[in-house]
Design a protein around this ligand. Structure first.
Ligand code: AMP
Ligand code: ZN
Length: 468
């Protein structure tokens, strides 16, 4: 497989450190609110990378963190008058629900920053002992200039950076030796969560988290490090500096960055009123459609989100599902069990489709081309399989479509729809649970219905429901 490596700016042949195994680290969200539709892009794209590598036989160790201590979390906690952990735990749980809806598998490990503080302190101590870091009044800084390769990922020149930064000393950081130095540990402020450290009570800097968690759960050297393109500088550049200075080893062999999602060709922002959470979008569309839409473009291209484009993704997915339903029907009805000689010859056509699909995915995860191959196969199925086909041949085509879609996290088979009376029964059960103050069960029912595309509305006249 070839991967476009941000480090080399080339499509490089992917060779794992240990044969048959891949360690992937993906920077995860800061959990202070529901995730937005842009955050869903790296989740979907790199979950697809993981699925594809597994399909090709690799054993994948997939690590993605939750940043659960951060200014935005603390601000929200103070507004609500609750500890920061209440906010972060709430939105980790909500994020996991959205991931499930998007069919993004749980990571092998989802480390949380607040649970890894000891190792962060250890890494800072190592950096201080190697003279890559220094403390001033409870703040520890990294000596950026001392790290000779600084700028190798973002292709920034340290002297250009320095002149750009000259007047930009952040308040409270006036004591830095160099404007380029960044924070590894900061002292606590009133009302903030804190941990004991050799430099006083405080908390770690954001960049340090990923260096420490990837080391612990993958090792000093990671095969693939990924995230959105906004993270290249300074986040990933700083991760490289810290890790390589501390570990004396290359930090990550391949760097993958997804392009940004825009809404109606504009940057998504709250002030423009075009900011959508995955939860909101999920009320309008089946999240499988959103996943399909995201994978219809190459992950490095910018992607525009609009109702029209999502609508056409919905129709495209529908075409695949119509084809699989038709195949299921044929398999059930056909009188011919075993594959005929003519069909046997056609099996090589299917292998050709699979090869074409693999080639597309091998070419820097070209999911857009891979989806085109699935459509070719759907077309082939529609013209070459009918009631006279054998069960074996039709099953082979159906299984191939399902497998190729599954690698993309797309469910090609239509799941049996809930009947109206089943929905009514679940709603009654939810009402009873609420009456008994069993809100956990009530939420569970609501969410499970939502996942199946049933939206509940609590009105004065009682509960109404509709299909998404
Ligand atoms: P954050 O919580 O802001 O650190 O973002 C979590 C992940 O989502 C990072 O990998 C970001 O690069 C990515 N991300 C944020 N906004 C967008 C967007 N509009 N399009 C694509 N990726 C995004
Ligand atoms: Zn990170």
């Amino acid at each position: 497989m070839k991967i476009f490596n941000t480090l080399t700016r080339h499509k490089d042949e992917f060779i794992p450190i240990n044969e048959g195994k891949v360690g992937i680290y993906v920077c995860g969200p800061t959990v202070y609110d529901y995730i937005h539709i842009g955050n869903a892009r790296p989740m979907i794209v790199f979950d697809t990378l993981r699925r594809y590598l597994e399909y090709r036989g690799y054993d994948v160790n997939y690590v993605s963190n939750f940043t659960d201590v951060d200014d935005k979390i603390i601000k929200k906690a103070n507004e609500e008058g609750v500890p920061a952990s209440v906010i972060s735990e709430r939105f980790i749980a909500e994020c996991k629900k959205d991931m499930e809806g998007l069919n993004v598998r749980e990571a092998t490990t989802h480390p949380k920053a607040t649970e890894e503080i000891d190792d962060m302190i250890k890494m800072i101590e190592t950096l201080i002992s190697k003279d890559y870091a220094y403390e001033v009044d409870g703040t520890v800084y990294f000596k950026t200039r001392k790290f000779k390769d600084y700028g190798k990922l973002s292709k920034k020149n340290i002297d250009d950076l320095r002149s750009g930064f000259r007047d930009l000393k952040v308040s409270g950081e006036e004591e830095k030796e160099d404007t380029l130095d960044f924070v590894l540990w900061k002292p606590k402020k009133e009302g903030e969560p804190f941990w004991e450290s050799p430099w006083g009570e405080g908390r770690p800097g954001w960049h340090l988290e990923c260096s420490v968690m990837s080391k612990k759960y993958i090792g000093d050297v990671i095969d693939i490090h990924a995230g959105g393109e906004d993270l290249i500088f300074p986040h990933h550049e700083n991760e490289i500096a810290q890790s390589e200075a501390a570990n004396d080893a290359e930090f990550a062999r391949y760097w993958m960055h997804n392009g940004f999602l825009k809404i109606n060709n504009e940057k998504m922002s709250k002030s423009l009123g075009n900011f959508f959470t995955v939860r909101e979008i999920g009320e309008k569309y089946d999240l499988q459609v959103i996943r399909f839409f995201m994978l219809s473009a190459h992950y490095r291209s910018p992607l525009n989100f609009s109702d029209d484009l999502v609508e056409s993704a919905k129709n495209a997915l529908e075409r695949i599902r119509t084809a699989t339903s038709r195949l299921e029907e044929i398999i059930e009805k056909t009188q011919n069990e075993n594959i005929t000689d003519e069909e046997k010859e056609r099996l090589s056509d299917i292998d050709t489709f699979i090869k074409k699909y693999d080639d597309a995915m091998d070419d820097d995860l070209n999911t857009a081309d891979a989806i085109s191959v699935i459509f070719e196969l759907v077309k082939y199925s529609n013209t070459n399989v009918n009631e006279t086909s054998s069960k074996e041949f039709a099953t082979k085509i159906l299984d191939t479509i399902v497998t190729l879609c599954d690698v993309l996290g797309i469910k090609a088979k239509v799941e049996a729809e809930l009947l109206d009376e089943e929905i009514e029964k679940l709603i009654e059960e939810r009402q009873a649970a609420r009456k008994n103050k069993d809100f956990a069960r009530a939420d569970e029912i609501r969410n499970s219905l939502l996942e199946q595309g049933i939206i509940l509305e609590d009105t004065r006249e009682g509960v109404r429901w509709k299909r998404a």
